[in-house]
Write a protein that binds this ligand. Structure first.
Ligand code: DGY
Length: 322
């Protein structure tokens, strides 16, 4: 039987590319050039499976129906770059890669939190620029995390993993907001208090970490009013999706002294990052590195491959979306 024809839209870890090339008639993107939405739309009629990532855009308009492709194997847990209803309406199964990137993304949230609290980016820039004049008692004093309150917005897998790290390593008190009840066993061993509203979490927290999906009702969840509730000494960390924060409102809040600082791994309109953020010392900016370890990216790729294998063997896919 002929191998299924699959398209991988970006360069993936080599071990996974080898597996896909062995098992499929795979078109890889070895020079990693981003594909346009039109090219991905055309690919739906030329391949049996298309495997996109967060850097691709798959709006409803490309899902016109009657496509050759019957599955989108998304490389990533988030899928707000795909119009899921339109894809499913056009008969495509969509899969994602949950679980395997939980730890790395939580590590990234903690990295941002620490860098922000200890002014690590600012300090490194000072040293590299040859501006460091030596140790002095009042030089670049940051904030101690121990004993502070962490507010988690979105207590799913990554929110819980971030809370566990913050509590175990820094003794942080944890408060959280989640739309639905979190199963007690998921919180086992964690001392975390659920508050009734996002506002209550923002007011109670010294550091707020966002862990909700992007798109839909979560777009601009963190608007000007909510950002101001974190307060002039408070910090915001976002490893979720750029659109969850109103970026213009964030810049205004920082410029107006209504927010103490921000640690960002994701942006509205990625990969563009506004100069107004780049210019500030009270922000830490990472280039969407949440899941970027060799181990995790290989796990993600293998998870996509497992989903394709199941689909083409006529079995239920392990990680369906929707
Ligand atoms: C995801 O998985 O959604 C990340 O943002 C990309 O790794």
């Amino acid at each position: 039987m002929a191998k299924a024809k699959i398209l991988v839209t970006r360069k993936w870890p080599e071990a996974v590319e080898r597996r896909l090339s062995r098992d499929y008639d795979a078109t890889l993107n070895s020079d990693d050039t981003p594909m346009t939405t039109e090219e991905i739309g055309a690919a739906l009629d030329a391949y049996d499976a298309v495997c996109p990532t967060v850097s691709d855009r798959l709006p409803g308009a490309i899902f016109t129906g009657g496509h050759r492709a019957k599955i989108l194997g998304n490389f990533g847990v988030g899928f707000n770059h795909i119009d899921i209803a339109a894809a499913q309406g056009a008969g495509l199964t969509v899969t994602n890669t949950p679980h395997v990137l939980t730890d790395c993304t939580a590590d990234c949230a903690i990295t941002l939190m620490l860098m922000l609290a200890r002014r690590a980016g600012e300090g490194e820039r000072e040293l590299r620029a040859g501006r460091w004049t030596g140790w002095r008692p009042t030089h670049m004093m940051g904030t101690r995390l121990r004993g502070k309150t962490l507010g988690i917005v979105g207590m799913g897998r990554i929110g819980i993993a971030t809370a566990r790290r913050a509590q175990a390593a820094f003794g942080m008190r944890v408060v959280y907001y989640n739309l639905v009840d979190v199963p007690a066993e998921a919180l086992d061993g964690l001392d975390a208090t659920r508050l009734d509203t996002i506002e209550a979490v923002l007011e109670a927290a010294d550091v707020v970490s966002l862990h909700v999906p992007g798109g839909g009702d979560n777009t601009h969840l963190m608007n000007a009013e909510r950002l101001a509730l974190i307060g002039p000494a408070g910090m915001l960390v976002n490893t979720a999706r750029g659109d969850v924060v109103d970026q213009s409102a964030l810049i205004s809040a920082l410029e107006g002294g209504r927010l103490g600082g921000a640690g960002l791994d994701v942006y509205e309109g990625e990969p563009a990052v506004p100069d107004a953020l780049i210019a500030r010392d009270d922000v830490v900016l990472l280039p969407h590195l949440g899941s970027a370890t060799t181990e995790t990216r290989e796990d993600m790729g293998n998870m996509v491959a497992d989903n394709l294998d199941a689909f083409f063997a006529g079995k239920p896919v392990p990680n369906p979306v929707g």
